[in-house]
Design a protein around this ligand. Sequence first.
Ligand code: PAF
Length: 294
Amino acid sequence: MTPTVVKSTAELRARCDAARREDRRVGLVPTMGALHAGHLSLLDIAKAESDFQVVTIFVNPTQFGPGEDYDRYPRTLETDLDKLAPYGVDLVFAPSREEMYPKGFGTTVQVAGLTEGLCGSRRPGHFDGVATVVTKLFCIVGPATAVFGRKDYQQLQVIKKLVCDLNLPVDIAEAPIVREPDGVAMSSRNAYLTPPDRDRARALSRGLRAAQDLFDAGERNVGALRQAAVDTVSEMVDALEYVTAANPDTLVPEESHHQVQARLLIAIAARLGATRLIDNTVLGEDPTIVVSTE
Ligand code: PAF
């Protein structure tokens, strides 16, 4: 059944309040639309954790910097609703920009520390925009649980910190990265890629897999593990923004000469043509990435 679409914050809040009055546990899946199997996996988790699911579809302007892809970000509401239909989602919130940011809006939620490195230093203000819109969605919906993907690993950590620091009464559930059969992490931005660039995009997951293979073979030197990823990716992409080896909880980069204790985050951002892609894995925690050559 095509889900009910709500466009006003007042109506969304009223419907979520009504669900709670019926003792239903509200689950939230925030998205920017252009839904793919990765988003649907978030919904599977939300369904298991709640009994009233709200999916939000909003391309949030405040998390895009000048010259980024806000204008061309895919907006595919009708197709998204078709994809959600079989899931029996209770509500889709698809507000206008003005509904979320009315004239005079002047508040920003800023999480310090975790937002400094990785994408934070390349996309100034990005995580302020994410933290602000996610806080707003939490306030409007009042979810008992909200689901975020590990593909945006830094975003996930920022949201967990925000929830902890502000004592927000919401459980954050995290979903593993969903990959295409050739290993490429699912992303709405993959739609931008030309066929040759889509082919080259495999370099990111291959770089992560190279680090995983070395780790599985017993290598624990941070510099060597990171370098395995760099060597695989750098030739294949137009610009390698970063390959960072960091503590998976604090996101603080590890020194090259350090030995990995139990877990190590390897995170990559690279550009192919005009498209910026990110991917990551946590060595010692995430399953082996399948990178078929077909
Ligand atoms: O991950 C996303 O799609 C967005 O950053 C989010 C969490 C929906 C906030 O706009």
